[in-house]
Write a protein that binds this ligand. Structure first.
Ligand code: PLP
Length: 411
């Protein structure tokens, strides 16, 4: 499983020169594309010509050359055949699910997914599209198997559950899905370059590019990676979820994100390095901490087996401060006095982002659903940044933990 290196894979991709031989690709802003002979246009509409068949483009909501290059770059990072990019992570997820499932079909989903995905699966898709979704604990393969029905079309997981940081056994889940004729879809937003789900057997990887891949918290975007057949189906003029629902990425945005991919590997290494050091030190203070890099994390051995060598085990850890009030006081102290990061949702920014998951990004789950998923009220999710000197940042963090009485407290 260790023979894939996402950064090497990206570097081996064909270099896309710009017009006039520019070292960067050009940004194709046109919303419509000409053909050199009239016969080509009906051929494009019939699906017989396209970007892969003679470099034919049609319209800006269909394939755009710049967005397609970014899609292929993200796909090469993932070891997937191809990919395409979308206006947001949620649109990548919803288009993928709607492409694979029709009215009456069934999805088996992890019970601990991003709150927006949870609401989409629990409320929106059943009400609007007649889909049936069963939520299960993905760390229990027997329950996953038992949840399948003859209508199950897809199994959906996140590489690292949000915010509990549990890790599913992707190769095992792929086998369970494939044995039952279903696809395994993995949201790899938390672990780009660290884990390569397609390489481990997943059929489709979705991303919120808004997070680590972009890295600057200034763009909302998404990606779908998989087989050429699947990605092409998303653009089908009659039944394509991207073509018909239209969550189009602007080519200028695609260019912007593309220029941040070359340093993604370096950024992930530093996010992971700092997360590991902080998690160890928090643990040594006796404060409960969740980080899959720690030996005592229940999925440490599994993640070590699944992860690519050299990028660490992720840039996110969670600290349990026992109560919501203490968690809020802790974040306020760090942001407003320590100038240590921000009290804000999202993750993967170069600075630290902190949020109390139970009352923010997981608030779509009921109290009972949160309890079952292990989302505790005082749990602070920390997406650790790499600004500032590490020792300066740690001093601020430790001081805030002491101020709120977390050190030595029984939570
Ligand atoms: N997947 C995960 C794991 C997320 O954390 C998020 C957003 O927080 C999304 C998907 C949705 O992405 P976006 O906000 O880009 O639509």
């Amino acid at each position: 499983m260790k023979d894939f290196d996402p950064i090497e894979s990206l570097a081996n991709m064909r270099h896309e020169f710009g017009e006039h031989g520019g070292v960067n690709m050009s940004i194709e802003t046109s919303t419509t594309f000409t053909v050199m002979d009239a016969e080509t246009m009906p051929a494009i509409f019939q699906g017989n010509r396209g970007p892969e068949d003679g470099g034919c483009y049609l319209y800006g909501r269909h394939f755009n050359p710049t967005v397609y290059v970014l899609g292929k770059q993200v796909a090469s990072l993932e070891g997937a055949e191809t990919g395409y990019c979308t206006a947001s992570g949620m649109s990548a997820i919803s288009a993928t699910v709607l492409q694979l499932c029709g009215c009456g079909d069934h999805i088996v989903s992890s019970d601990t997914v991003y709150g927006g995905t949870f609401a989409l699966f629990k409320e929106y898709l059943p009400a609007k599209a007649g889909l049936d979704v069963t939520f299960v604990d993905m760390t229990d393969p027997a329950r996953v198997e038992a949840a399948f029905t003859n209508k199950t079309r897809l199994l959906y997981v996140e590489t690292m559950s949000n915010p509990t940081l549990r890790v599913p056994d992707i190769p095992r889940l792929a086998k369970i899905a494939h044995d039952r004729g279903a696809k395994l879809v993995v949201d790899n937003t938390f672990c780009p370059v660290i884990v390569s789900p397609v390489h481990l057997g997943a059929d489709i990887v979705v991303h919120s590019l808004t997070k680590f891949i972009n890295g600057a918290s200034d763009i909302v975007a998404g990606a779908v990676c998989g087989s050429t057949e699947f990605v092409t189906s998303l653009m089908d003029l009659h039944m394509g979820s991207l073509m018909l629902l239209g969550p189009t990425m602007d080519p200028r945005v695609a260019f912007n994100i593309s220029s941040r991919l070359p340093h993604l590997g370096l950024r992930m290494v530093e996010h992971s390095r700092r997360a590991m050091i902080f998690a160890e030190r928090v643990r040594n203070l006796g404060v409960p901490v969740i980080y899959p890099g720690l030996d005592e994390h229940p999925d440490h051995a599994l993640l070590t087996r699944l992860a690519n060598d050299g990028y660490g085990l992720g840039g996110i850890f969670c600290v349990d401060l026992g109560t919501t009030a203490r968690a809020q006081q802790f974040m306020e102290s760090l942001q407003n006095r320590g100038r240590f990061g921000f009290m804000a949702v999202s993750l993967g920014y170069f600075d630290t982002l902190m949020s109390c998951s139970a009352s923010s990004t997981s608030s779509e789950l009921s109290d009972e659903e949160q309890r079952r998923a292990g989302i505790l009220p005082g749990l602070v999710r920390v997406s650790i940044g790499y600004t500032g000197a590490l020792e300066q940042r740690w001093e601020q963090f430790e001081q805030a933990l002491r101020e709120v009485g977390a050190v030595g407290a029984k939570v």
